[in-house]
Design a protein around this ligand. Sequence first.
Ligand SMILES: Cc1cc2nc3c(=O)[nH]c(=O)nc-3n(C[C@H](O)[C@H](O)[C@H](O)COP(=O)(O)O)c2cc1C
Length: 246
Amino acid sequence: MKKVILVYFSPTGNTRKSLEAMAAPFGGAAEVVDLTAEEAPVRTFEADDVVIMGMPVYGGRIPAVARERLAGLAGKGTRCLAVVTYGNRHYDDALLELADLAKAQGFAVVGAAALVGRHTYGEIQTDRPDEADLAADREFAVRVLSGEEHEFVIPGNRPYRDGGSGGKFRPLTSDACVHCGLCVKACPVHAIADDCVTIADTCLSCFRCIRRCPKGAKNMDTEAYRTFAAAFTEKLKARRENEYYC
Ligand SMILES: Cc1cc2nc3c(=O)[nH]c(=O)nc-3n(C[C@H](O)[C@H](O)[C@H](O)COP(=O)(O)O)c2cc1C
């Protein structure tokens, strides 16, 4: 293999962490295409490269915005691992969708994984991916990329279910905001105006701004959200395990 390239959309970092774990046994990623920040990357990867491609699950699909950002990436039969991370509910058709997209763009999907990460909302699997998850990710990557290739079936349905849009919550901004502009720059879809406060309707509800704000000023501190989050946390409390396919 010439080099390992990571391609991900990862507003809150779960997907990035797992992909980095998969690249680690090969000396880490030689290149990263971060679709959270890069909106229209154009690259063609070589036949002897390996691309590890990862997305979060939004409503049982991959985020529509991430799907669009993948459009300029092409393989030449390049080996690819398709990875989705999800918040312990389910990944539904997202893994199948990602693998289908990768194949359509010239990648040979030799392995796939559906991994549990902390859910964006509520307090669900808050420590995941944990060390055991990341160890399993590393072991999987070595097994797939160093071993023989096999036929495998990825769960999911075609046509895919509806999904892939953002959520309905719009982060609030407290008086603790010092207008540093970090959230404006970090927002993957430019939904935060220069005043750091005004949130456009393009907001995905990805909570990247909430997790990144150094002052804790971005928040979802409303009664409606707290009520939803408590019920959602209770509903999804049973731990799900990662699934690896190759
Ligand atoms: C708008 C939205 C929709 C989501 N839909 C699902 C879902 O259908 N199933 C699920 O288990 N988790 C869902 N999640 C949780 C994320 O898939 C999960 O936290 C993911 O690991 C986040 O990846 P990231 O940290 O790389 O951004 C959703 C999160 C958001 C923001």
